[in-house]
Design a protein around this ligand. Structure first.
Ligand code: HEC
Ligand code: HEC
Ligand code: HEC
Ligand code: HEC
Ligand code: HEC
Length: 188
């Protein structure tokens, strides 16, 4: 009888913990796993001399005209790839299937006409948070890896964030660096 009682108590406990976990999960803004259109490798590209700014140049853009661009790091469109892959694209166009280029590059060719590659964003804060990249990169000189982890080592395209962007993380750095912790700095 006593054992049954303990078992029932244990079951209740597990149910409560599981319930709490499930309640929490859908509130993560970055829950879904992204499937990227091209098997892009950060690792290979950084080894070939590109820097973060080669493809995400907007993070420090000075020519922004408003929030939309100021906040944006930018997911690359085909022109960012064409600086190095224009020749591959010409070979593919001429030789089609017989071209001797890496198969994943044929996928890039599909998007050249429209210029856009349908990358799926993996880092996205809820709409009620304002996050500007530019001030963090240009004024505060925070490294990309402080917030995004070791993206440079990723051989596969990202499907989930390497680092969760919780409010606590923002606040603890703002406290350390004496940046504003007023609610309306990040919540307009
Ligand atoms: C700084 C030059 C540079 C830029 C910019 C660049 N690439 Fe590459 N990429 C390379 C080189 C070099 C290779 C190796 C080519 C080979 O081995 O045939 C490569 C290979 C690839 C491959 C084959 C798989 C691999 O990783 O070896 C894919 C896919 C690829 N690039 C996609 C892209 C896409 C998409 C973009 C734009 C977002 C891009 N690249 C921008 C230089 C670049
Ligand atoms: C202080 C933390 C922080 C730093 C530093 C930072 N990021 Fe971000 N990044 C974020 C957050 C938070 C988001 C999600 C923003 C949103 O949803 O509004 C994000 C989103 C992105 C995105 C996807 C969406 C977009 O804005 O286009 C890219 C790409 C990106 N960051 C690249 C970079 C690169 C490259 C660097 C370094 C040059 C960098 N980030 C530095 C926090 C940071
Ligand atoms: C040659 C182009 C290229 C370079 C160089 C590059 N990236 Fe990217 N980055 C991409 C592409 C393409 C994607 C989308 C596919 C993926 O997730 O891998 C991406 C995605 C990201 C994302 C996820 C954005 C989101 O929310 O969807 C982050 C963060 C990021 N890059 C950070 C960096 C950092 C940090 C560096 C420098 C260490 C860097 N990238 C260098 C092309 C590049
Ligand atoms: C590693 C440190 C660090 C992290 C992490 C960080 N910040 Fe900041 N942030 C700063 C610093 C430093 C400043 C002040 C920059 C200045 O004005 O010189 C700042 C300024 C800001 C500003 C004010 C911009 C302006 O125009 O005055 C906003 C908004 C902001 N951060 C939002 C965020 C959000 C949202 C997050 C989390 C997703 C975050 N920050 C994470 C260091 C950080
Ligand atoms: C430095 C930026 C920053 C500041 C300052 C800030 N927040 Fe946030 N807040 C965030 C980010 C990023 C999120 C979304 C990520 C998360 O839920 O942790 C968020 C989420 C929230 C949420 C939703 C939490 C949830 O679990 O759904 C509430 C409520 C909130 N903030 C209230 C506040 C209040 C009240 C203040 C002032 C005392 C404040 N925030 C100051 C960045 C900030």
């Amino acid at each position: 009888m006593k054992r049954l009682y303990v078992l029932a108590l244990l079951t209740c406990f597990v149910a409560v913990v599981l319930g709490a976990a499930l309640w929490k999960i859908p509130r993560l803004p970055y829950w879904h796993k992204a499937v990227q259109p091209i098997a892009f490798s950060h690792k290979n590209h950084l080894a070939r001399g590109a820097t973060c700014f080669t493809c995400h140049g907007w993070v420090r853009s000075e020519s922004f005209t408003g929030h939309a661009i100021e906040t944006f790091a930018g997911l690359p469109e085909t022109d960012a790839c064409m600086t190095c892959h224009a020749l591959d694209m010409r070979i593919l166009k001429r030789k089609g299937k017989n071209a001797k280029v890496k198969p994943e590059l044929a996928k890039l060719a599909q998007y050249v006409e429209s210029g856009k590659i349908p990358w799926q964003r993996v880092y996205r804060l809820p709409g009620y948070v304002f996050f500007p990249h530019r001030v963090h990169i240009v004024a505060a000189k925070v490294q990309c890896s402080t917030c995004h982890g070791n993206t440079a080592a990723q051989a596969k395209p990202l499907s989930l964030p390497l680092v969760n962007q919780q409010m606590d993380r923002c606040l603890s750095c703002h406290q350390q660096r004496h940046a504003s912790v007023d609610c309306d700095t990040c919540h307009h």
